[in-house]
Design a protein around this ligand. Structure first.
Ligand code: PGA
Length: 252
C-alpha cells in the first residue's frame, strides 16, 4: 500500500514572522510521528527557516520551482543544488501558475524534472487541464501530453522517485473541487500511462490531487484508490486546516 503524502504549496504568501509561526505550530502538533508523509513547499527565501525549524521532525520541505540550468547568468532563478544546500527533499515542478504566467511548456517542465532528479530532489510534477479543455473532452489528452513529455526524458530508475500531482486548473484557488470520482478517473488514467513505462514502479508512485482540497473534502478524495494525498494551496496556510487534512489522510 502506498503511504499518503500531504504537501503544502505556500505559493508567494507570508512573511518571516508568520511563516516561522506556522512552522512552529505544525511541529508542535506533529512532532516526530505522523500518519502520512508531510511536506511544505515554501518560497526560496524561507528554505533556511525550514532547515532550522524542521530538521529532525516528520515534516520535509522543498521549493516551488527550480531552474532548468545548472548555474550561471540566470538572474532571479534558483538552482537545484541551492535547494539541496538547504536540505530540501521536494520541489514542485510545472505548477499551472508557472505554466500560465511564466510560459513554461511541457519540454521545459520535463527538463526541470530531470534537473531535480539529478540533484537528488523528489520532483512533484504537476499536470492539469483548464476548464475549456475539460469541457471539450480533452482532459486525458492534455494531462497525458504533460506527463508523457516528462516520462520521455526519464531513466527507468527515475520512475520510482517522482511524485505526480493532478491539479485541474479550474479547481485551483477557486473553491471548486473535482468530485472524488472525477479526480479518481484522471488519477487512474495517469497511473495507466506510468504503468506503460513500468507496471511495478507505477503501482508505487504517489499521485496527489490538488485544487481546493480542504478539511471538509480531503477525506473523501483521499479515500479513492488512486489518490495518494494532496498538494494543498490555500488550506496549507493555516495550521489548523493543514493539520486537519493530514488527519484525514489516515484510516484509508
Ligand atoms: P489551492 O491550490 O489548494 O489553493 O486550490 C492548490 C495548488 O495550486 O497547488
Amino acid at each position: 500500500m502506498r503511504r499518503k503524502l500531504v504537501a503544502g504549496n505556500w505559493k508567494m504568501n507570508g512573511n518571516l514572522a508568520a511563516n516561522s509561526a506556522l512552522l512552529y505550530e505544525l511541529v508542535a502538533a506533529i512532532g516526530h510521528a505522523a500518519p502520512c508523509d508531510i511536506a511544505v513547499c515554501v518560497p526560496a527565501p524561507y528554505l533556511a527557516l525550514c532547515q532550522q525549524q524542521l530538521t529532525n521532525t516528520a515534516i520535509a520541505w522543498g521549493g516551488q520551482d527550480l531552474s532548468a540550468h545548472e548555474a550561471g547568468a540566470y538572474t532571479g532563478e534558483v538552482s537545484a543544488t541551492m535547494l539541496t544546500d538547504f536540505r530540501s527533499h521536494y520541489v514542485v515542478v510545472g505548477h499551472s501558475e508557472r505554466r500560465a504566467m511564466h510560459g513554461e511548456n511541457n519540454a521545459l517542465v520535463a527538463q526541470k524534472t530531470v534537473r531535480a532528479l539529478r540533484a537528488g530532489l523528489v520532483p512533484i510534477v504537476c499536470v492539469g487541464e483548464t476548464l475549456s479543455e475539460r469541457e471539450a473532452g480533452r482532459t486525458m489528452q492534455v494531462v497525458g501530453d504533460q506527463l508523457n513529455a516528462v516520462l520521455a526524458l526519464l531513466e527507468p530508475a527515475d520512475l520510482t522517485r517522482i511524485v505526480v500531482a493532478y491539479e485541474p486548473v479550474w479547481a485551483i484557488g477557486t473553491g471548486k473541487t473535482a468530485t472524488p470520482d472525477m479526480a479518481q478517473e484522471v488519477h487512474a488514467g495517469l497511473r495507466q500511462l506510468l504503468a506503460a513505462q513500468d507496471a511495478l514502479a507505477a503501482a508505487g508512485i504517489c499521485i496527489l490531487y490538488g485544487g481546493s482540497m480542504k478539511p471538509d473534502n480531503a477525506r473523501e478524495l483521499m479515500a479513492m484508490a488512486d489518490i495518494d494525498g494532496g498538494l494543498i494551496g490555500g488550506a496549507a496556510l493555516k495550521s489548523a486546516d493543514f493539520l486537519a487534512i493530514i488527519a484525514a489522510s489516515s484510516n484509508h
